[in-house]
Design a binder for this molecule. Structure first.
Ligand code: PMP
Length: 287
């Protein structure tokens, strides 16, 4: 397995960064997770745009142009003979000293890892996941800047730990006001009376690229979509609940906090959206 590390291709064993890298010391950096389906890098432009927007927002200079980054991703895929899998793009502030000051980090670190992806089973897509809400709240800095896909994932990891303790695959995180925000690494949608709802990003949700694709599909398929805040009560009484994300795609939820959702299986709108999403991933991207 070849890993792109600051312009060079190194083996997995040799892919190492400095202990002074501020990505390691402070989580100072940004990342993207991208899928490649049968040689098609899904929503490539959207992911690269989000990466470069996140970088601009935190005043991080990526030492590659967006075109060079795309070429580096394609070369990493080629070297690994990867046509189906997951691409992780990481840009950290780079090595500096022990202080916080980013001015001491002259060069950002750029890392590209491509891997096979272990995702949910087909039964999980059909039958839905069991989920729980957790006490961990979407943290304030990210709630103010939910559009930055930063390396600061401690909050999400605490949600994941609570999900693990409850024995579920994904959990639901609220914001400080108690509105439903998102999962540990997925956006959330509910369906009630044939209307599809997802929280606006200002509630504290990442502007997910799968989320955007699903919103667009809703429009194309004629489902009414509302981007508005909702609570756990709305989740419990929803007809359908599903998560979206690059890794998870569109996965139904059949139970939340012990309340059965709808029929207790993936609902018709979720199933329709998943089917259309799987058609889309083959065409919407870069070959
Ligand atoms: N929310 C969070 C916190 C995430 O980490 C992710 C996945 N990267 C998502 C939502 C889903 O976003 P996307 O569809 O762009 O993968």
């Amino acid at each position: 397995q070849w890993i792109y590390l600051n312009g060079e291709f190194v083996s997995k064993e040799d892919a190492k960064i400095s202990v002074y890298d501020h990505g390691f010391l402070y989580g100072d950096g940004i990342f993207e997770g991208i899928r490649i389906y049968d040689g098609n890098i899904f929503k490539n432009k959207e992911h690269l745009d989000r990466l470069y927007d996140s970088a601009k927002s935190i005043m991080l200079d990526i030492p590659l142009t967006i075109e060079e980054m795309e070429a580096a991703v394609i070369e990493t895929l080629r070297r690994n003979e990867m046509r189906d899998g997951y691409i992780r793009l990481i840009v950290s502030r780079g090595p500096g000293n022990l202080g916080l000051d980013p001015r001491r980090c002259p060069t950002a670190s750029v890392i590209i890892i491509v891997e096979q992806l272990a995702i949910y089973s087909e039964e999980a897509y059909r039958d839905g996941l069991v989920s729980v809400s957790v006490s961990q709240r979407r943290n304030i800095p990210d709630a103010l800047n939910p559009k930055i896909k930063s390396l600061n994932y401690l909050n999400n990891i605490l949600v994941k730990i609570q999900a693990n303790l409850a024995g579920v695959g994904e959990a639901i995180m609220l914001n400080a006001q108690g509105y439903v925000a998102e999962g540990s690494s997925d956006n959330i949608f509910i369906v009630k009376n044939n209307v599809v709802y997802t929280p606006p990003c200002y509630i504290g949700a990442l502007e997910g690229i799968t989320r955007a694709a699903i919103m667009e599909l809703c429009e194309q398929l004629g489902y009414k979509l509302k981007e508005e805040p909702f609570t756990l009560h709305d989740v419990y009484v929803a007809d359908e609940v599903f998560f979206t994300g690059t890794a998870a795609e569109v996965i139904a939820v059949r139970e939340v906090d012990g309340r059965k959702i709808g029929s207790g299986k993936a609902g018709p709108i979720t199933t329709h959206l998943l089917q259309k999403f799987r058609e889309l991933v083959k065409v919407d991207g870069v070959r």
